[in-house]
Write a new protein. Structure first.
Length: 814
């Protein structure tokens, strides 16, 4: 073969050159041909590659035209999404109207606080639905064997061993075998139910169950690697916010897993070795609805074309080139071009201008992933005709392209699937499109009403919170020259003719209507919750009409019926079909044949997970009912206890014994009770004797304690008597001492009175004796003090009269 420097390769780009080399490598017999024939074969290969390249570019151009039409036709939907997101983020639409314009004096209205109930209602609905469908401790899907192996085995054995009917008379039906009852049912143990046949069917059923468990675990591992629960919750958030959420899967991706091993080097030291393995696994992911462009259709089953936009940097494209099936030369040609987003770039720029959430688009490549149904000619142009020879099938091709370069071309990973691997979920479905309606759209009018009422309420509170001042211009002027009142202020009256200030300066208060506006606001909120079918009880706010837990559960079940319908639609539209495709992928491309079998996928979002709380409540009620001995005999205790554990999300296999173990323990307890009956009677007698001895000892102890208490009481009384007598003696000694002091005072006073000669000593002693006999010493002392004081005063007056007596005055006359 000629080298790449041959003139025949002139004009070939890297993609065409790589295609020629691959064709030559796939046909090594060409190298055995003579040089002239090799030249001719090479020219044919180059011509075929160029024709295929031209046809592929022509197909890409057709797809780009179809994509641009889809982008243009979705302008109205995207405008609604912009309004939904702006409303969710709290951007009110009231200032855009003429009545609430921001011109002139109304400019301050745009800074008014807003009540953004749209975000709260949207988050509440999405959280409730996500909690129903994606619990933290359980799966929202299940896998069960599709075939009843025991029933098949029994029916097959019955058909093989069926007795030959006896021929009847002409015109009569065949007769049963001699001695047989034509209406008799098969009896256990009869040939129709051979125990060996039943055992074989049971063994096959156990094998199917083991395979089913292995397949279930395998699919769950794929979902865990894909972050299935996280993507599912984001799909629900998208559906509640803008009306549609998109999940993609299963799609095959080349996953590189890194593992470290240890070995000894030449020096005998342990070193870590990195082992990188590559594995193709199915995955699922959430798709941003803004980058999801399906052809016009009512459902995804009817959609024949889907375009998904991937905004990639240069580093992301280099990483994409390492994925399985990507044409590396085409990726290199793409990186040599400048990024050009095309029509979708204009669309994204308009989005950034209108929406509060911006998308970074500068310097990024628009890589398109298309899932389309192609005809045979188009498959030939892509080199996929040999991969699908069934003319009756409808193959779905997966194409990756950007700026005219085809990066990947392959058929769907599921050969039997005739639809794109995209699944949409809508909070409120639309009949004519896959795009539904979210809570912001449903809550648009209530939010506008709430914004209007709240604006009126804030305005009324603002204007009525203080007085409105009226003044005549040119007559009254503030002292500081500022016409604003922020506290006490001085005003100057410039006109001398003004005598009454109230005629030129007046303050008025606007009435406050807040209570009436609050009632209207509450009514608007209630009507808005009714419009989106999310009453307060469904938001976790029970009213006074629900006093009991049972009533709350019943009312909650009735109020969340809309959320349960949304959860059921998620089961039907996304979870069940996508998990079924994961099962098909594992059956077609899985390497573990020991887990392959006929299984059926079922969603458990509304059938099990949603009713688990109600089931637990009902089991508690049943437990109370069966506590009555009349009903307890009808209850299967083991099964009931397992149901209780299951409702509480607790593994019964770990904590509960099997029925056989429980029966064995009951038998052991019964045997122990029978064998220990005599020993129990003897133990009762011994216990009774011990109780009698104990009571006797207690009585003796009580008697001794009573005697001790009596002795202590007598001693205590004697001590109290002695203390009382000592106290009385002390008081008597104290009285005698006080009496002696009083007598000494009386003697002193008597001596003083005697010196005055007005009071005789005998009278004093007589009065003293009278006071002592009457125990009235205080009164006597007071009387003596008074008499002593009176005598002293009389003596002083007598001395003064002697000094001024006229008879004693002597002198000379004139």
């Amino acid at each position: 073969m000629a080298s790449t420097a041959d003139p025949a390769f002139d004009g070939l780009d890297s993609v065409e050159l790589a295609a020629v080399k691959a064709t030559v490598k796939e046909n090594p017999e060409l190298l055995q041909l003579p040089a002239e024939q090799q030249r001719q074969a090479l020219d044919e290969i180059i011509g075929f590659v160029r024709d295929q390249r031209v046809a592929a570019r022509s197909l890409i151009q057709e797809l780009e035209k179809s994509r641009d039409k889809i982008i243009a036709s979705r302008a109205e939907v995207e405008q609604r999404w912009v309004d939904d997101i702006n409303q969710y983020e709290g951007e009110s639409q009231l200032p855009t109207s003429k009545e609430y314009s921001t011109e002139g004096n109304n400019r301050e209205r745009d800074t008014q606080p807003k009540v953004n109930l749209t975000r709260a209602r949207t988050n509440m609905a999405s959280a409730r639905i996500a909690d129903m469908l994606f619990p933290a401790n359980d799966r929202n899907w299940d896998l069960q064997p599709l075939t009843d192996r025991i029933g098949q085995a029994v029916r097959g054995a019955a058909q093989q061993q069926q007795p030959v009917p006896q021929p009847g008379m002409p015109g009569q039906p065949p007769q049963a075998a001699p001695g047989g009852d034509p209406n008799a049912m098969p009896v256990p143990g009869s040939p129709g139910q051979d125990p060996s046949v039943v055992a074989a069917g049971a063994a096959t059923a156990d094998s199917d169950k083991a395979k089913c468990d292995g397949m279930r675990e395998k699919i769950q591992n794929h979902l865990d690697d894909s972050l299935y629960s996280e993507h599912g919750r984001r799909v629900i958030e998208d559906g509640c916010k803008i009306g549609v959420g998109v999940m993609k899967g299963p799609f095959t991706r080349l996953v590189r897993r890194k593992r470290f091993g240890f070995s000894r080097n030449s020096a005998g030291k342990m070193v870590a070795l990195l082992d990188v393995t590559e594995q193709r696994v199915p995955q699922c992911a959430r798709v941003d609805p803004r980058f999801f462009y399906p052809a016009a259709a009512r459902t995804m089953e009817e959609c024949e074309q889907v375009f998904e936009l991937h905004l990639m940097s240069r580093a992301a494209i280099k990483e994409l080139a390492g994925q399985d099936g990507i044409d590396k030369p085409a990726a290199e040609l793409l990186l040599k071009q400048a990024p050009d987003l095309g029509k979708v770039g204009d669309n994204l720029r308009k989005w950034n201008q209108r929406c509060v959430l911006k998308e970074e688009i500068e310097g990024l490549y628009a890589v398109w992933e298309a899932h389309v149904i192609l005809n045979k000619e188009q498959l030939d142009a892509l080199g996929l005709a040999d991969l699908h020879d069934d003319v009756n099938a409808i193959p779905v091709a997966e194409l990756w392209f950007s700026q005219g370069e085809l990066l990947r071309a392959s058929l769907s990973v599921l050969e039997a699937d005739r639809r794109p691997p995209y699944w949409t979920w809508c909070y409120e479905r639309a009949d004519d499109t896959v795009y539904g309606y979210g809570i912001p759209w449903l809550y648009r009018n209530p939010q506008r009403s709430i914004d209007s009422i709240w604006l009126m309420l804030m305005h009324n509170l603002a204007v009525s919170s203080g007085p409105q001042v009226f003044y005549k211009k040119g007559i009254v002027r503030p002292k500081d020259g500022v016409y604003k009142i922020r506290g006490p202020k001085l005003w100057e009256v410039e006109s001398e003719d003004v005598e009454d200030v109230s005629k030129v300066f007046r303050a008025e208060t606007i009435p406050n209507n807040a209570p009436q506006l609050m009632e209207v606001l509450d009514l608007a909120i209630k009507l808005g919750d009714d419009e989106i079918s999310l009453p307060s009880i469904a938001q976790g706010q029970p009213n006074e009409a629900v006093p009991t837990a049972a009533g709350l559960i019943q009312l909650l079940n009735a109020s969340n019926i809309v959320q349960r319908r949304c959860a059921k639609s998620m089961d039907d539209d996304v979870i069940s079909p996508m998990i079924e495709r994961f099962y098909v992928w594992e059956m077609l491309h899985g390497t573990d044949d020991s887990i392959k079998g006929d299984f059926a996928v079922s969603a458990r979002g509304t059938s099990v997970l949603l009713h688990k709380d109600i089931k637990a409540q009902h089991l508690q009620i049943i437990a109370q009912i069966t506590a009555d001995p009349r009903f307890a005999v009808y209850l299967k205790e083991g099964e009931f206890l397992r149901e209780m554990f299951e409702a509480a999300d607790v593994s019964s296999e770990v904590l509960l014994r099997t029925d056989e173990e429980a029966d064995q323990i009951r038998q052991q307890q019964a045997q122990a009770a029978q064998q220990g009956a005599g020993a129990a009677d003897q133990a009762k007698v011994q216990a009774l004797q011990a109780q009698t001895d104990l009571k006797r000892q207690q009585l003796e102890l009580q008697q001794q304690q009573w005697q001790i208490e009596q002795q202590q009481a007598a001693e205590q009384r004697a001590m109290l008597h002695q203390e009382r007598m000592a106290e009385l003696q002390d008081k008597a000694d104290e009285r005698r001492a006080r009496l002696m002091l009083k007598q000494m005072e009386l003697q002193i006073m008597a001596a003083q009175l005697a010196t005055n000669k007005d009071i005789s000593l005998a009278e004093i002693e007589k009065d003293l004796q009278i006071a002592q006999t009457s125990n009235n010493l205080q009164q006597f002392l007071g009387t003596m003090n008074a008499r002593l004081k009176a005598a002293t005063i009389a003596k002083d007056q007598q001395e003064m009269s002697l000094k001024v007596d006229p008879a004693n005055v002597s002198g000379t006359g004139i």
